[in-house]
Unconditional design. Structure first.
Length: 229
C-alpha cells in the first residue's frame, strides 16, 4: 500500500537496519530492570537479579517491605489497614495530599458497598467524603458516581459505574498510594521503563504525521506492523 501523500515511506528492511544500529549497553539495561523491580516492589526478584547481574538496587531492599504490605492491603480491599500503616510510616503523606486521601476514603466506601453494608456506606460517605465534595467539585463528581452504586444493589457491577467495583480500581488506588510513598522517600514515583514507553508512544505519534513506517501497535508483544497498515 503506497504511503499517504506527503509522507515519507520507510520500508521494514530500512527500519530494521536503523534499529540494529542502535546500541544499548547491557549495564544500562540491567539498571532499567533493577529500577523496575525496586519501584514495583519485587524484593525477592531484585535480590536475585542483584546476585546474578551485579547490579546494585540503589536502596535498602528491606525498606521496600512496608511499602509492599501497604500496597497489598489496598489491593485486597483492606483500605483502613493501609491508611493506618501509611500513618505509622509517615503521617505527612496523607496530611499533605488531599486527592490521595480522598481516593483512599473513596475506596473504603466502595469496599463497604461491595460487602453489602448499605447503611454503613451512607454513613461513611456523609461523614468522611461529603466534606471533601463541598470543597472540591471534582471530588463531588467522584463521590456521586460512587454513591450511585447503591442504587443498583446486586447489579452494581453491571451498572454504568460498575468499573468502580473492578479489581482495576483497587489497583489504581494502590498505585497512587505506592507512588506517594516512593516520592516521600525521595525515590522515583514510577519505573523508568514506564516513562520510556510513554516517550516511545509520543515519538510514534509525532512520526505518524510525517512517515509510514513499521510501528509498534501492541506493547505486550512489541511486534512491528507493516508500513501503511
Amino acid at each position: 500500500m503506497p504511503p499517504p501523500a506527503g509522507k515519507k515511506a520507510i520500508s521494514a528492511e530500512a527500519w530494521d537496519a536503523k534499529l540494529a544500529a542502535v546500541k544499548v549497553a547491557k549495564e544500562d539495561m540491567n539498571r532499567l530492570v533493577m529500577n523496575f523491580l525496586v519501584t514495583e516492589g519485587y524484593v525477592d526478584a531484585a535480590r536475585t537479579f542483584e546476585q546474578e547481574s551485579g547490579t546494585p538496587p540503589g536502596v535498602e531492599l528491606g525498606s521496600i517491605t512496608d511499602r509492599m504490605e501497604i500496597r497489598k492491603a489496598v489491593q485486597s480491599g483492606q483500605v483502613e489497614e493501609a491508611i493506618s500503616r501509611v500513618n505509622d510510616l509517615n503521617p505527612e503523606i496523607l496530611e499533605e495530599q488531599a486527592p490521595l486521601l480522598f481516593h483512599l476514603q473513596q475506596q473504603r466506601l466502595i469496599e463497604l458497598i461491595r460487602a453489602g453494608q448499605t447503611e454503613a456506606a451512607l454513613s461513611f460517605a456523609t461523614e468522611y467524603l461529603a466534606p471533601h465534595g463541598e470543597e472540591n467539585e471534582a471530588f463531588l463528581e467522584e463521590l456521586e458516581r460512587t454513591v450511585a452504586l447503591l442504587a443498583f444493589g446486586d447489579d452494581a457491577r453491571r451498572s454504568p459505574v460498575g468499573e468502580l467495583m473492578d479489581v482495576a480500581q483497587r489497583q489504581k488506588t494502590a498505585s497512587e498510594l505506592n507512588a506517594a510513598i516512593l516520592s516521600s522517600q525521595g525515590q522515583e514515583r514510577e519505573p523508568r521503563l514506564l516513562l520510556l514507553l510513554k516517550m516511545m508512544l509520543w515519538a510514534q505519534a509525532q512520526l505518524d504525521e510525517r512517515a509510514a513506517y513499521p510501528r509498534i501497535a501492541d506493547l505486550a508483544t512489541a511486534a512491528l506492523t507493516p508500513p501503511g497498515s
